[in-house]
Design a protein around this ligand. Structure first.
Ligand code: FAD
Length: 302
């Protein structure tokens, strides 16, 4: 199904982002509750690429595995420009198509650890908009998504410049923007307003990462730079070392966060499942998002 069809259905589009497990323990964690997660009938599922040092093949391995078990669910592979020439990117894209992938989340990627500036690979690409242009020109059958930053990309000199660059990516052919995670919906709403003002009309889909422990959220925030509301941090800390209590606070917060996003007409929600399927399943169920038919009814109710 084309992305435009998914986002024009009634009801919010629900997507799940996974990452390729690096260890047997990680694989077991993903498999735990995965079939339960898939009963939520996501509109599509994506898998990260090269993030946290994972190998590129493992992205397609995981997507292949999901495709075999869930042939009707559209799949998206993330793809970054890091360390690849344009020809190497083409080789990957071709393999992705053969694996049954329908969409590419086209990203620049980050510089390797310890380096500050992003340096394109020899014969490679410098910015995500260049990857989007290549995909649009050479692979018209693929849907293209791009990344957006409600709290502004850390390298951008200003929010305005960052939005100009986002617009460039959309003008090149990105059909949907998936945002970086955030915990303060007002920041997202202001970002969406700035996008509209800049003439960006494609769906801007908020990225939601349910908190499952205090240690996890501290790590994520140090990586993404997302602001954590003080009251949320206090509620998490109030549970001391009680991880179950922290989990409950995180899931409850995500339910309320997604509920408010839906009440404000978001086009969809992109869940950073991070292979912890149970939390996302609980949130979808709590909000009656756990089947496509329910999402349609739900949306009409708002
Ligand atoms: P770009 O859009 O290229 O932007 C990077 C910076 O350059 C920004 O500051 C922007 O303002 C500026 N810029 C953009 N275009 C231009 C231009 N033409 N001229 C001048 N300046 C410009 N990383 C991974 O390694 N693997 C993943 O799977 C992955 N998945 C992600 C999924 C989502 C939804 C998001 C939001 C991020 C993901 N990332 C992933 C992280 C991402 O790679 C980093 O945030 C990276 O630093 C920026 O990628 P980008 O595609 O947004 O870059």
């Amino acid at each position: 199904m084309k992305l435009s069809e998914i986002y024009h259905q009634s009801g919010p589009a629900i997507s799940f982002e996974l990452f390729p497990p690096k260890t047997w323990k990680g694989l077991a964690q993903l498999c735990d509750h995965f079939s339960e997660l898939m009963t939520c009938e996501p509109d599509f599922v994506t898998c990260t690429y090269g993030a946290g040092g994972s190998s590129q093949d493992s992205t397609l391995d995981l997507l292949h595995w999901i495709h075999q078990d869930y042939p009707d669910i559209p799949l998206g592979s993330h793809l970054t420009c890091v360390g690849s020439s344009v020809d190497e990117l083409r080789t990957y894209i071709q393999k992705a198509i053969e694996t049954g992938i329908s969409y590419i989340v086209a990203l620049r990627g980050d510089p390797p650890q310890g380096e500050v500036d992003f340096k394109p690979a020899p014969d490679g690409l410098r910015y995500a908009n260049e990857l989007v242009t290549m995909l649009r020109n050479e692979y018209p059958q693929l849907g293209i998504l791009g990344g957006g930053y409600p709290e502004t990309h850390p390298e951008a000199p200003s929010p305005e410049v960052d939005i100009d660059n986002l617009k460039r990516k959309v003008d090149a052919g990105a059909e949907v923007i998936l945002t970086q995670l955030f915990y303060d919906n007002d920041i997202f709403f202001r970002f969406r307003d700035r996008c509209v003002k800049a003439g960006i009309t494609v769906p801007i889909t908020p990225g939601v990462l349910p908190i499952t422990s205090l240690a996890q959220v501290k790590r994520i925030i140090s990586l993404s730079g997302a602001a954590l509301p003080a009251h949320l941090m206090q509620r998490l800390e109030a549970h001391g070392g009680d991880e179950e209590g922290q989990y409950a606070v995180g899931v409850y917060y995500a339910v309320r966060q997604v509920e408010q996003l839906l009440a404000n007409d978001v086009d969809g929600v992109h869940f950073y499942v991070l292979n912890k399927s149970r939390a996302t399943t609980l949130i979808c169920r709590a909000l009656n998002l756990s089947t496509r038919a329910q999402r349609t009814r739900n949306y009409n109710a708002f």
